[in-house]
Design a protein around this ligand. Sequence first.
Ligand code: ATP
Length: 199
Amino acid sequence: MKIVGLTGGIGSGKSTVTRLFGEHGVHWVDADDVAREVVEPGTPALERISEHFGKNILTSEGALDRAQLRGIVFEKPEERAWLERLLHPIIREELIRQLNPENYQLPYVLLVSPLLLETDQHELVDRIIVIDVPEETQIGRTMARDNNSREQVERIIAAQMSREDRLARADEVIDNDRPLDEVTRQVRELHERLLVDFG
Ligand code: ATP
């Protein structure tokens, strides 16, 4: 049972391409979902966070106030470091748990993660797929999807790994600056190759 990492910058098409793999029966674990699950009410991680930042970091329902937390770690790098030291190992353990081979039939499963290459999550995977689009496409699609300003999207892109560095780490590249039917074909061909390689 192999784990294939799938990554790309904001608005590159991770969710879209994941769905296309899903049409072939491929299962996936989404690191963004796991990052949310590990701080749900009642989790040890949320308990530690509310001890550290105070109860005000919780909403009236007892959930994590993400907007507030984002504001704090944006202002204070040492708080960001504290949070990452707490969460990254917990997220990694939960990823490993969910990637358990017993849960899957096909010879590989996808780990979809925007931070695959920036964290030690890449150590969990046997192969790395990068979804590649030019920055202008990333900006246009993200602005259209999220109603963000160009400046907001450009700031996020600037904080992420560069396109060049990401491509240098790729074993496989999906060119998503293409019409969807063409991307669908790329995904089918890659899936078939992965079945042969890992089957
Ligand atoms: P994020 O990192 O922000 O969660 P993502 O990498 O998951 O984003 P998607 O949400 O899949 O990216 O794609 C971003 C937007 O671009 C979506 O609105 C999606 O429908 C659109 N999109 C993705 N691929 C294509 C394509 N090949 N042609 C046209 N539009 C596309």
